[in-house]
Design a protein around this ligand. Sequence first.
Ligand code: DX5
Ligand code: ZN
Length: 218
Amino acid sequence: MNLQVAPSLLAADFARLADAVDMVNRSRASMLHIDVMDGMFVPNISIGFPVISAISRISEKPLDVHMMVMEPGRYVGAVRDAGAALMNVHYEACTHLDRVVTTIHDAGMKAGVTLNPATPVSMLEDIIGEIEMVLLMSVNPGFGGQKFITNTVSKVARLRELIERSGSHAVIQIDGGVDLTTAPALIEAGANVLVAGSYVFKSDNPVEAVDRLLALDK
Ligand code: DX5
Ligand code: ZN
């Protein structure tokens, strides 16, 4: 497997954002995960487009933007203009998911579809061939530092099976409560990209924390 790590900026010190981006630049992370929240789809509000634009000016890693907003199709152009390489939208937030995926591709970005913990992977059967990533939430979205939901491991296995069966090239990303204790079973089940917020940014040495996750790969 070629395991990838995507540090989630939500856990960084927002008074020192440039330092956090610099750390990710120096690390072996594959992408920088940015959480956008609207206070409707999820109870919290995080960062918006002006901040993402500023981050994209100094990030050497592709930006992976996780949209926790209702009807994210409204913001495809704004996400692209802010510098994102990949836009993740929630299945539960899109009335017309196929149209949103097409719009993301037409804007020149990779498309990811995200599932909340209670949404079954079978909901992706008719879109899996069109997307580059599936993001499985392993916590209920909205906040960093929550407890990992263990059912995610069997969900990864079921998604891996759907991907193989359909011939899709989508990678499997996991977000929420990922650390050295929860990651091994996820990797074993077939996860490709681990998002890690608290585990990386609350560590004494975030660059080494990324290395420790990558070292779990076989
Ligand atoms: C939660 C966000 C996550 C969050 C993960 O809604 O989507 O990306 O930053 O944080 P940890 O790794 O601390 O669970
Ligand atoms: Zn996220």
